[in-house]
Structure formats: structure tokens, C-alpha cells
Design a protein around this ligand. Structure first.
Ligand code: DGT
Ligand code: CA
Ligand code: CA
Ligand code: ZN
Length: 581
């Protein structure tokens, strides 16, 4: 369907160009209509040409068909090439910006001699644009806002933001429950990629309900701008400047569509080649025999993979980095799952910089079905975070003991913990006499990032009471750079000392690559939410996804152990390190 997309884009652009040149509105309308049809076609345009069906599509006339044929033959459309000569193409890209239309661009071009995007943006910033006829204060403000949104939408969002937006959109569809069969977030969000370009939602429903479903989508409160509104596909931009695509398919197409729209593109391309070599064809509508076009399946993802001779592949692995070969050998690892998670090792209460009380955090973890939680408030040197001194920790111990009297009989354990600062010289912010009273200790770097952080972390791991290094790399979802570290040394020391490394869902600072390296070295990782409020506890689902992207099996994830297993982990390090001294 690649060609459909490219052709639709060209026809849309040609319409813009003609409008800019003041051409006949009828011709402009025709091109826009062709673009719309092309992007909504359920079939590959190349196939339609081969079978001659293209001639029967209402709305695509002879001259448009000639252009399509020319494009399929030569990769170009001469009418489009000629138009490019006549208009400032770069400037016209600003038509994607909410609030900017052809008229404005044309005036800017004619009156202010503006030829490029850059020049236009400069004119907005310098106030020059206000001199255009008809350019009132309100309109100008709209354009400024629009440009901000547009610039934002060109950046990728981090997984956490996409996840929140996606959840809220899915919720929006709950009131429509009777009208559809399945709904799922697809694309890079389903694959739990660290950054997400746009959010893709897939819905399966009877065709007669599609229109209502798309209307409902457009009525979502957060919609700022509708980019495309159709029967099979709609696209919007949200207030935050983020794009969301919705696609509807029929119930029997669900599996094939979900597979297709989950991607990645590289994974799909590879699958398509494999299908071809088996005399099959796959697309978002199903799996077909290549020669007879007979549909042989596609209702579920499992079926799609099975027809291609392989096991179902978890979305987090679909990057064509070896997962397909293993699926064919039926040798994919069993990855860690949310239901394997028995506790959370890093969260804050309002004793330090959390929003909620320790009691509330405990009750929420209990309700999540955990067997244990580690409360890990900040230590004293974290002044902005209202860090605790030894006296306050001891006070907190009393509260924890009291709460445990209530929870332990229910099979739930609040473990005494802290997030102790690793000081610039690698020493810890709390004395060993206190550290040994905790059930579990997380140590993190929070300041003075310009020091030798590898040394600081190695030194902290040598402390017998430190069980976990908090957000070890200082990165945040590929958006914050982090500091230079010698991960080899850190992984080796973690192994030697029996210390775990943290996969922090707030930051995703352990990359898939680092997770794989931990696994190969036999180093435990702990998936933590670092929750500063109740609602953050639910990000555990994301953390599990991030771990799965690193191919993590449950065996190397510390939270899959029960409370006894965690205590053993702590005890073993103390024995090992104290013996060595
Ligand atoms: P993103 O949004 O940049 O983070 O990445 P994705 O993977 O979500 O990509 P997106 O939103 O462009 O498309 C969603 C999925 O749909 C993508 O992962 C694979 C499938 N897909 C979309 N367009 C194409 C295409 O032109 N060819 C192929 N093979 N697959 C496509
Ligand atoms: Ca996407
Ligand atoms: Ca998309
Ligand atoms: Zn923390």
C-alpha cells in the first residue's frame, strides 16, 4: 500500500499548489478527492491497475488515471514536476500547520517576498507578518500557536506521554462499547519503543458502525485539529501537539490489521518476503494465496504468524533483530510478564517528595495484588526533595512496623527502604549503622553529574547494604542524554557484589541493549516505578514492556521473586561482602 500513500500525498500537494497559483477550483477539488480516495482504498493501487478495476472507481477520472499510470511506470508525474517549478515548494509545507492556509502563504509570498519556511517563521517572529492585509491580532496569535504545535508534533514524544494519552483515548471509547469488537493501541506504542512518533489506534467493528466510531473519535475532548476524517482512517492533532491515527477494520480482519499496524516496518517487510517465498500474500486485510487470491486467514495475530510457519511474536520484539528466525524455530524465550511481578522496589511518600502518604501508597500496592513494596524516601542531602535524616527514618520505621501488623497477616509486606544519595566521592549519605537496619537499600546519583560517575557507582556497590542502583545511567527516554559511564565495569561489579540495576519506568534509563548485557552477565534488574504519586504505580506495565524490549526473561527480574527471595538476595550480599572484609 506504499504506492497508495505516496500518490495520495502527491495529489494533495498538487491541489495545494494549484490553489496557490489561483487555478480553477473544480480541478483543485478533483485532485483533493482523488487523494482522499487513494488513501482510503482497501486495495493496492498497483493491483487495481493490473485488474483494470481502477477505471471503475467513481471520482478518479481519465486524466488522474493517466497520472497514476505515469507514476507507476516512471516514479514521477510530469504535471507535478512542472508545478514544482512554479511554486515555492518549501513554503507550501507550512500548509500542515494549523491556522495557516494557502491565502496567507500567497500574500506573504507576493507582498513580503517570502520564499521559504524559514523566512516565514522569521517574519512571524519579527512581527513583519502583521503588515499583511487582513492579518488581525487574533489571526496572528493563531498562527503563532499553530507553529508551536507543529514544531512540537515533529518531535517524538516519550513512551510515558504516549502511554498516558493512549490510555485516555481508549477510555474515551468505553461509552461506545456496544459498537465495536476490539480496540488496541498499535504502532510503536504497542511495541513499547522509548519514543513514539504518533499514536495509532485500531478498532474492529461491523462496517455499518464505522462512521459513528470515527465521529466519536473526533469528538474526543483533547482534539485540537482534525487532519483527516474518513470512514476507515481519521487523524487528529491533540492539544499537546501530538498526532493520533484511528483505523477501523472488519472483525474478521482484526489479526492481520493489528499485526500490520503494530509494525515495525522492518519486521513487516521481512514477514512479507517470507510470505512471498511460501506463495502467500499478507496485508492489513488478511493472509491470501498469491495465485488465487483466496483468503486463508487473519482473524487473529496468532493465525497470521502460524500461517507463515512461526510462533506468535511478542510486539516488543518486532524489530527484525532475530525474533523471526527464533519464532520459526519455535525457540523464542518466555519473556517476563506483568503478572509475574510481585512487588515494587522504589517509590516515595510525602515523608520526602511524594504526593501521597505512606499509608496510601501501601494500600495501593496491596490492592495491586503485590506481595511486598519497598518504601524508598530520599536521604538528607536531597534537601529540595525534603530528604530524611536518620532520626526521621527511625520514626518512619515505627509507622511501617505498625502498618505491617495489619498487612502481614494478609500476606503483604512493607519493606523498610530508602533511596540514599551517592555523594560526589562515592560515599553514601547515610551511615552504615542505619543502612543495616533497612530491609532494602536503593542508592542513586542525584547531583554533581560532572564527577566520575562510574567510580561513584562502583564504590556504592561495594557497600554491603546497597541492593539496587537507582536510575543508573541518568538517561530519560532517550531525550535526556545521561552521563558517560563504563557500563562494562558496572555490570561486572554488579555481578561480583550481588547488586541489582534499576529499570526505572519514569526514565527508561536502562536501554534494551543494556538489559541484554545484564542478562548475558547474569545481573539482576529490578523494574521500579519510582512513584511519586499513587497513579504512577500503574506504570509498572510500561516497565515490564521496556524489560521485554530487552528480551528480559522473568528469571533475571528481581521483582518476580517472592518476599523470601528478596530477603535472600539482600542477605546473600551482606554475607558475601562482610566475609570479604
Ligand atoms: P512511530 O509512529 O514513528 O513511532 O512508528 P510506528 O511504528 O508507530 O509507525 P507508523 O505510525 O508510521 O505506522 C504504524 C505501523 O503501521 C508501522 O509500525 C508499520 C505499519 N506501516 C505503516 N505504514 C507502512 C508502510 O508504508 N509500509 C509498511 N510495511 N508498514 C507500514
Ligand atoms: Ca505510530
Ligand atoms: Ca501512525
Ligand atoms: Zn526516586
Amino acid at each position: 500500500m506504499e504506492k497508495n500513500k505516496e500518490l495520495a500525498r502527491i495529489f494533495e500537494r498538487m491541489a495545494d499548489m494549484l490553489e496557490f497559483l489561483g487555478d480553477n477550483p473544480y480541478r483543485i477539488g478533483t485532485y483533493r478527492r482523488v487523494a482522499e480516495i487513494l488513501s482510503e482504498l482497501g486495495e493496492d493501487v498497483e493491483d487495481l491497475v493490473k485488474t483494470g478495476k481502477i477505471y471503475q472507481i467513481h471520482g478518479i477520472g481519465q486524466s488522474s488515471i493517466e497520472k497514476i499510470l505515469e507514476y507507476l511506470r516512471t516514479g514521477k508525474i510530469s504535471a507535478y514536476e512542472e508545478l514544482k517549478e512554479k511554486v515555492p515548494e518549501d513554503l507550501l509545507e507550512l500548509l500542515d500547520v494549523p491556522g495557516i492556509g494557502v491565502k496567507t502563504l500567497k500574500l506573504a509570498y507576493e507582498r513580503l517576498n517570502i520564499r521559504t519556511k524559514e523566512e516565514f517563521i522569521k517574519a512571524v517572529k519579527s512581527g513583519k507578518l502583521a503588515f499583511l492585509p487582513g492579518m488581525g491580532e487574533k489571526k496572528l496569535q493563531n498562527i503563532i500557536r499553530g507553529l508551536e504545535l507543529w514544531e512540537k508534533s515533529k518531535e517524538r514524544m516519550n513512551l510515558l506521554e504516549a502511554y498516558e494519552l493512549g490510555k485516555s483515548l481508549i477510555k474515551h471509547f468505553e461509552t461506545l462499547r456496544a459498537l465495536y469488537e476490539n480496540i488496541e493501541l498499535a504502532g510503536s506504542l504497542r511495541r513499547r519503543k522509548e519514543t513514539v512518533g504518533d499514536i495509532d489506534i485500531l478498532v474492529s467493528a461491523e462496517r455499518k458502525n464505522w462512521q459513528k466510531i470515527h465521529q466519536h473519535f473526533l469528538s474526543y475532548g483533547g482534539v485540537k485539529e482534525v487532519l483527516l476524517s474518513g470512514e476507515t482512517k481519521s487523524s487528529v492533532v491533540l492539544q499537546e501537539g501530538r498526532q493520533v491515527d484511528l483505523r477501523t477494520v472488519e472483525p474478521h480482519q482484526w489479526g492481520a490489521a493489528l499485526q500490520y499496524f503494530t509494525g515495525s516496518k522492518e519486521h513487516n517487510v521481512r514477514l512479507r518476503d517470507i510470505a512471498k517465498s511460501m506463495g502467500l500474500k499478507i496485508n492489513e486485510y488478511g493472509v491470501f494465496k498469491a495465485d488465487t487470491e483466496e483468503r486463508i486467514g487473519g482473524a487473529t495475530e496468532e493465525e497470521v504468524y502460524q500461517l507463515l510457519g512461526m510462533d506468535w511474536i511478542p510486539p516488543e520484539l518486532r524489530e527484525n533483530t532475530g525474533e523471526i528466525e527464533l519464532a520459526m524455530e519455535r525457540a523464542l524465550p518466555r519473556l517476563v510478564e506483568l503478572k509475574d511481578i510481585k512487588g515494587d522496589f522504589h517509590m516515595h511518600s510525602n515523608w520526602s517528595d511524594g504526593l501521597n502518604s505512606l499509608e496510601q501508597m501501601a494500600q495501593a500496592c496491596y490492592e495491586r495484588g503485590y506481595q511486598y513494596m519497598v518504601i524508598g524516601d530520599h536521604s538528607q542531602s536531597a534537601r529540595v526533595a525534603n530528604g530524611l535524616d536518620p532520626e526521621r527514618y527511625r520514626e518512619q520505621f515505627k509507622l511501617i512496623e505498625k502498618l505491617n501488623e495489619y498487612y502481614n497477616p494478609k500476606g503483604f509486606y512493607i519493606l523498610k527502604g530508602c533511596e540514599v544519595d551517592i555523594l560526589p566521592d562515592g560515599s553514601l549519605d547515610l551511615p552504615d549503622e542505619l543502612l543495616q537496619e533497612f530491609d532494602f537499600v536503593v542508592a542513586s546519583i542525584h547531583s554533581r553529574f560532572n564527577q566520575d560517575n562510574t567510580y561513584r557507582i562502583l564504590k556504592a556497590m561495594e557497600n554491603p547494604y546497597v541492593n539496587l542502583i537507582g536510575h543508573p545511567t541518568g538517561k530519560a527516554y532517550g531525550t535526556r542524554q545521561g552521563y558517560p559511564l563504563d557500563m562494562d565495569k558496572i555490570i561486572q561489579m554488579a555481578k561480583e557484589t550481588g547488586t541489582a540495576l534499576e529499570l526505572n519506568t519514569y526514565r527508561a534509563d536502562l536501554s534494551p541493549e543494556n538489559i541484554r548485557r545484564c542478562m548475558e552477565a547474569g545481573v539482576m534488574i529490578a523494574i521500579v516505578t519510582d512513584a511519586h504519586a499513587l497513579k504512577h504505580l500503574s506504570y509498572m506495565e510500561l516497565g515490564v514492556g521496556l524489560a521485554r524490549r530487552g528480551w528480559a526473561i522473568s528469571h533475571i527480574v528481581l521483582n518476580t521473586r517472592d518476599v523470601k527471595g528478596v530477603k535472600d538476595f539482600v542477605r546473600r550480599k551482606r554475607e558475601l561482602m562482610l566475609k570479604a572484609i
